[in-house]
Write a protein that binds this ligand. Structure first.
Ligand SMILES: Cc1cc2nc3c(=O)[nH]c(=O)nc-3n(C[C@H](O)[C@H](O)[C@H](O)COP(=O)(O)OP(=O)(O)OC[C@H]3O[C@@H](n4cnc5c(N)ncnc54)[C@H](O)[C@@H]3O)c2cc1C
Length: 377
């Protein structure tokens, strides 16, 4: 029996582990937190598990279900284990599943002091879960799905959202979600928070148009960045914009025996899509273990602006646009059109998916990958 080590015990890593065990492979999952389950463990709202577990549940229940299934399947689940380099691991295959996080204030080059009261959505949800009511007024930076989830969390915590800011000229979520959660909240478009005022506590923010908004809390939302330190240290080629390791459609990286899955390779999809990644990677891992099968090169999907990046997920290809764009998204393989969307408006920060079964390829197209995604206007 072969050994596979999976780094990261979130939805992607646990799903891969369960699927590999089902195929008789010995699997160890190394998770740095004291409990496995990844980010969903800390998100008490419903909205998890539709595509992979076929029922909607809360984050903690979804995470606990995956952990239970992994334990029942016989996965060697080791928590409190932080991996700092993959070179020290003795395994026949390694699966990186370290996830992605919202870019914190420190990485966003916002001027000002470092007062208390500055969060990402994830940190806010953890804080509210622990402390309950927080009160006060908040500014939410970003206007994508997760930003409106932050507005909802703030409301439950008795905190009034006084402004939402976005660098684009509209929000990037479903109109119904924006209406239901924030119809009375002013949306500042084409604006960014450039300064936070306040020594010990947040007192106000200054926007790029010079206006000042009094508040007690600032929540930086979205703007995902993969947890890619291990991949970088392993010298894996990266997608420049997504800052994610380049993978094949079977999640193979440039280094034979090393796979990468989950939000590490597509920042960020929902947890169930990461779960599907985990299932999709298992047969490829088995092929490597039993046949030594690996692509000669792993070529990134080429993109042309305004497409920002494209990568693979458990459903097919997932991509993002860098700006609001009108037109048809097109996938070509060595110059031949494989898929083209209807005419539409495409928004940044929104997942755009090209499903495997919708592409024209009749056989595996990816061994001599020459894929290009662009927009036909
Ligand atoms: C605020 C917020 C709201 C969200 N709402 C939803 C929702 O409603 N529905 C939904 O489906 N999804 C939601 N998501 C997204 C969901 O959480 C992610 O899609 C999912 O967690 C990604 O799974 P993953 O396995 O790729 O990564 P993660 O869940 O991030 O798991 C990665 C794991 O790897 C571990 N790790 C990282 N580095 C190392 C290392 N060096 N050594 C050992 N372990 C390591 C981490 O501790 C972590 O446990 C939300 C996310 C946020 C932040």
């Amino acid at each position: 029996m072969s050994d596979v080590t999976i780094i990261g015990g979130g939805p992607a890593g646990l799903s891969a582990a369960i699927e590999l065990r089902r195929r008789g492979v010995r699997v160890t999952v190394l998770e740095r937190e004291l409990q496995a389950g990844g980010i969903p463990r800390q998100l008490p709202h419903p909205g998890f598990g539709m595509r992979d577990r076929h029922r909607l549940t809360t984050g903690p229940r979804y995470a606990a279900g995956l952990v239970r299934a992994a334990e029942r399947a016989g996965v060697d689940l080791r928590t409190g284990e932080t991996v700092t380099s993959i070179d020290a691991l003795h395994a026949d295959a390694i699966v990186l599943a370290t996830g992605a996080r919202e870019r914190p204030r420190s990485a966003r080059l916002v001027a000002g002091d470092r007062p208390a009261g500055v969060f990402t959505t994830g940190a806010l949800q953890r804080f509210v879960a622990q402390h309950g009511r927080i009160g006060g007024r908040a500014v939410v930076v970003g206007a994508e799905h997760v930003s409106y989830s932050a507005v909802l969390t703030l409301r439950h915590a008795g905190c009034h959202t006084v402004a939402i800011t976005t660098t684009f000229d509209r929000h990037q979520t479903y109109p119904a979600l924006a209406w239901a959660t924030a119809r009375r909240v002013p949306l500042h478009t084409n604006a960014n928070v450039v300064e936070i005022i306040g020594r010990t506590r947040v007192e106000a923010v200054v926007l790029s148009d010079g206006s000042r908004i009094e508040c007690d809390l600032v929540v930086f939302t979205g703007d995902w960045v993969p947890d890619h330190e291990l991949a970088r240290r392993a010298d894996l080629p990266m997608l420049a914009v997504a800052k994610a390791p380049v993978v094949s459609d079977d999640f193979q990286t440039e280094r034979p025996g090393v796979f990468a899955i989950g939000n590490l390779v597509h920042p960020a999809e929902t947890a169930d899509v990461c779960g599907l990644d985990g299932r999709h990677v298992a047969p490829a891992v088995l092929d490597w273990l039993t046949l030594g099968r690996w692509p000669i090169t792993v070529t990134p999907i080429e993109v042309r602006a305004p497409v920002a990046w494209a990568s693979y997920d458990g459903r097919g290809i997932t991509l993002r646009v860098a700006d609001i764009v009108h037109g048809r998204i097109r996938l070509t393989h060595s110059g031949e059109v494989q898929w083209i969307s209807d005419q539409g408006t495409w928004l940044p920060n929104r997942s755009i998916t090209i499903r495997r079964d919708a592409m024209k390829f009749t056989s595996r197209p990816f061994d001599d990958q020459r894929l290009l995604v662009d927009v036909l206007r």
